[in-house]
Each structure stands twice: as structure tokens, then as C-alpha cells.
Design a protein around this ligand. Structure first.
Ligand code: DAS
Length: 334
């Protein structure tokens, strides 16, 4: 970067998504082409950002986030970590598709070893649409990443004037602008271009976790099986044949497992595949040994992690000690 102007020095990484999308007309708020605008083009449409920070851009990917795989997580994490190590980088903003934005943000939250702000941001409407949320979300993300107040708070997600911790935030709607919600509420707001924090994430993150992106070269495969009425064991048995290291069972209610599936999930353990009971409800906790005898079956309870966040945490936990006690501890620590 060039001479320091005194403003925060940020790197803006583009990865695609609706925030980089374009519709045929201004009324295409839900049907449009994703991942077509380059990150420079997006930033050019937001001249106010230059008043806040000195911003350098990088186009890392140009894909819908439904196509993010573990290789993308690793490549993005390693790039962000390398940038955060530099003295001339004060923070990083990542533009991202909204579909799996919460998963990527949680992965970074658990693996980056820096207190510098990292903000992940997307949009529910492309910049070409009437009342697009893209420009304001991005402006707010830049404002947050440039703020001293955002230091040490882990990876943050900014949407709809709100600042969320990556641990809690979940995409909860297919098309509405208020799609991103945290079960315990946001950490703060951005009001008139100024971040205001009101609370902190209680669980460990970034510099306090046992994982460093620098040391992770591969992630084990973990699958999710979604429970429903009339459940059979077909999904679990098919997944067992794929060689997964763990299955997150997106159970009904508070982690109930249909009698028709119990034997297949017990077979999983006899094949050294871990079983994580999470809930498909999207809220609340799954308590160890409550709905199912986890001690007896050697299964795990996901606490309040939604199934797709439980998958991220399980993949990371499996890069270290693989015994069930260590995995269960991870769900209660992070
Ligand atoms: N295609 C989806 C994605 O990239 C759309 C979005 O960004 O909202 O996640």
C-alpha cells in the first residue's frame, strides 16, 4: 500500500454472490444473475467508502456461495490470515453470497489468529435492484472494519444496520432484506455511519481457539442428514457409504431421533463415524443425554449450534483430537 493517510487501511476481498449480481431490470429483486460484478466495480459504485478508509481490493473468487467448498474456506482463510499479519492492513472486508455466508464467517471466527476486524457482508438484492441493500451493507461493513471498537470481537457479519457475531448469525429468509438474524440479537448497530456495540460474544473465538488457519491443510468430510416425519434410515446409511468422518443429524425438536434411525446411527459409531445431534428447529439447545442416551451411544449433542454451523465446528474439531470427549467439549466451548 502507499503512504499512510491516517485512515484505516482495509483490504476488500470479492467472492461473488448477490452483492455482485445484476438483474435485467430494477424490479428484479429476486431473479437476477449472481456473481457478475467485479469487486472494483462494486467499490466504484460506493464513493463514500473512500472517506472512511484506504481500500485495496482483491477478487479471490466469483461464485455463488452455494458453491463454496472446503477448498474455498481454506484458500480464503489463509489469504485473510496473511493480510492480517501485515502492518499496513488494519482490517479485512469480504463480500460474499448470502447462502453460506454464515458458515464461512463462523469458520473464520474459529481459525483466524488476529484481533484485527474481519467483516463478512452480502446483499439480498443486487445493486441493480430498487432499494438494493448492497451499497449500504457494504458501506456499513467498511465502517465497522475501520473502527477501533471492532477489534477483538471475532469475525463479524454486517447486514441491515446490524452487527452480528459470526457464531450466532444465521440466514433465515430466502428473499427478504432482514434475512440475517442472531438468536440472542445482534452485537450492535450502525447508526448514521457509526458502529455502536452493546454486547459481546461469550464463547471463545479467533486468538483464543485451538485452531489456526495456518496449520490446517485439509478438512475432513462431515455430512448433514435432515430429519422429517416418516423418517427412514436410508439417508444415514447412504451417507455412511461415502466415507464421512461425522454425521450431523438435523433432528426434530430438541434433538429427538426417530426409532427407525437409531440403529443406523449406532452403526455409524461402530464404523468410527461420529454422530452429532443438532436440531432442525433453528433455535434452542440440544442437551446431552436428554432426548437420547448420548453417553451410552457415544453420540454428541450440538448445544445451540444449528446443523450447518455444527458441521463447521465438527470439521475443525476433527483436525485435532478425535475422541468424543474432545468433540463434545468443543460444542460447549465455542
Ligand atoms: N447465489 C446466492 C449466494 O451466492 C445468492 C446470494 O448471494 O444471496 O449465496
Amino acid at each position: 500500500m502507499t503512504a499512510h493517510t491516517g485512515k484505516a487501511r482495509l483490504v476488500l476481498i470479492g467472492t461473488g454472490g448477490t452483492i455482485a449480481g445484476r438483474g435485467g431490470s430494477a424490479v428484479n429483486t429476486s431473479a437476477y444473475d449472481c456473481s457478475v460484478l467485479g469487486i472494483d466495480e462494486i467499490l466504484t459504485g460506493l464513493p463514500a467508502a473512500a472517506e472512511i478508509a484506504d481500500i485495496r481490493t482483491e477478487q479471490l473468487f466469483q461464485i455463488g456461495s452455494e458453491n463454496f467448498g472446503t477448498a474455498h474456506l481454506l484458500q480464503l482463510g489463509k489469504r485473510v490470515a496473511a493480510l492480517l499479519q501485515r502492518d499496513d492492513v488494519d482490517g479485512v472486508v469480504i463480500t460474499h453470497g448470502t447462502d453460506t455466508l454464515d458458515e464461512t464467517a463462523y469458520f473464520l471466527h474459529l481459525t483466524l489468529k488476529s484481533a484485527k476486524p474481519v467483516v463478512v457482508v452480502g446483499a439480498m438484492r443486487p445493486p441493480s435492484a430498487l432499494s438494493s441493500d448492497g451499497p449500504l451493507n457494504l458501506y456499513h461493513a467498511i465502517v465497522v472494519a475501520a473502527s477501533r471498537d471492532a477489534h477483538g470481537k471475532g469475525t463479524l457479519v454486517v447486514a441491515n444496520d446490524e452487527i452480528h457475531t459470526a457464531r450466532d448469525v444465521v440466514k433465515t429468509n430466502t428473499f427478504k432484506q432482514e434475512a440475517f438474524r442472531s438468536p440472542y440479537g445482534p452485537l450492535g448497530y450502525i447508526v448514521e455511519g457509526v458502529p455502536r456495540f452493546y454486547r459481546l460474544a461469550a464463547r471463545r473465538h479467533t486468538v483464543q481457539t485451538e485452531w489456526s488457519i495456518a496449520e490446517i491443510h485439509d478438512l475432513p468430510e462431515v455430512g448433514i442428514v435432515y430429519a422429517h416425519g416418516g423418517m427412514t434410515d436410508h439417508g444415514v446409511r447412504a451417507m455412511l457409504d461415502t466415507g464421512v468422518r461425522a454425521i450431523v443429524y438435523a433432528a426434530t425438536g430438541n434433538g429427538n431421533v426417530a426409532a427407525s434411525v437409531v440403529a443406523a446411527l449406532r452403526d455409524a459409531r461402530s464404523r468410527a463415524v461420529h454422530v452429532v445431534r443438532a436440531s432442525r428447529t433453528g433455535g434452542g439447545v440440544v442437551i446431552r443425554n436428554a432426548a437420547q442416551p448420548d453417553d451410552r451411544y457415544d453420540w454428541l449433542a450440538a448445544d445451540d449450534h444449528v446443523p450447518h454451523k455444527a458441521r463447521i465446528l465438527t470439521m475443525l474439531a476433527l483436525t485435532g483430537a478425535c475422541d468424543a470427549d474432545a468433540l463434545q467439549r468443543a460444542f460447549l466451548t465455542y
